[in-house]
Design a protein around this ligand. Sequence first.
Ligand SMILES: Nc1ncnc2c1ncn2[C@@H]1O[C@H](COP(=O)(O)OP(=O)(O)O)[C@@H](O)[C@H]1O
Ligand SMILES: [Mg+2]
Length: 276
Amino acid sequence: MAEQSNAVARLDRRGDHHQAPPYYLPAADEVALFEQCHHNKLAVMLKGPTGCGKTRFVEHMAWRLRRPLITISCHDDLSASDLIGRFLIRHDGTVWQDGPLTTAVRSGAICYLDEVVEARQDTIVVLHPLTDYRRQLPIDKTGEIIDAAPGFQLVVSYNPGYQRMLKDLKPSTRQRFVALDFDFPPPDREAQIVAQESGVPDTTARALVELAHKLRALRDRGLAEAPSTRLLVATAHLAARGIPVKRACQVALVSPLSDDASLLAAMNDLVELTFP
Ligand SMILES: Nc1ncnc2c1ncn2[C@@H]1O[C@H](COP(=O)(O)OP(=O)(O)O)[C@@H](O)[C@H]1O
Ligand SMILES: [Mg+2]
C-alpha cells in the first residue's frame, strides 16, 4: 500500500506572470531586501505575528521574481520524508516520489515553510545544506545529491511571540537566514489594506482598524492572540457583502479570539462603542 505524504504543500504558479500581482502594501524596504537576498542566494526568515502579511509578501515576491512558489505548512508530525520524498510501493514495483522540498530544489522554485518552528528539529536540519554555499539536497534513501536549480530560494516564517520557550529555532538554524521583521501595519496603512482587500468604504476600514487597536490593548487582560490584519480583512469582507458591520465584528473579529465570557463581553462592548 502506498504511504501517504504528510506534507500539506501547495504549488502556486503566480510566478509565471499570467495573473495580476498579489496585492501587497510594503511596510518599509522589505521588497528590495528580499530581491537582493534572492539574487544573492540567501535564505530568508520572516518573523512576525500570525495574520500580519508574511504569506502575502512571499506570494507577491514570487510574482515579482517570476518564480513558482511551493508552500509547506509545518506541523509537529512533519517528517524529513514528507519534505524530501519517499518510495511508493505500487503493484508494478517501487517508485520514488519527490516531496515538495525536492520539487522546489529541482525546479528552482521559492520554497516557503510556513510556521517552521512547528516542525521537529530532525526535520528542520534537512534544510541546512540548502542554506549554505553548497545549496545541495542530499537524499539518503536514493543516494542522490541534488544541486539546487538557479532561482531556488528557501523562505521560512515563524511567530516569535507564540509558544516561546516551548519551541524555538536552534541558533545553528537561525544563523543561516536573513531575518525580516513583520508586524501589524500602522493604522493608516492597515486601513488602506482592509479597504483594498474587502471593498468596504474608507470610513468603515478606519473604524475597524481603530477597533482592532482597542482589542489589541486587551492583551494585557489575558487575550492570548491579538486580532490580526487577516481577521480585520475577513470582517470587512462580510461587511462589504451586506452583513451589518456590528454583526460581522461579533462573528469574525471577536468570537474567534476567545471563549472567555468576560473577555468576550469586554470585546463586544468595544464593538458597541465603535459602531453604535
Ligand atoms: N502588507 C499587506 N499588504 C496586503 N495585504 C495584507 C498585508 N498585510 C496583511 N494583509 C492581509 O492580511 C491577510 C493575512 O495575511 P497573511 O499574509 O496570510 O498573514 P501571515 O502569513 O503573516 O499569517 C492577507 O490575506 C491580506 O488580506
Ligand atoms: Mg501565513
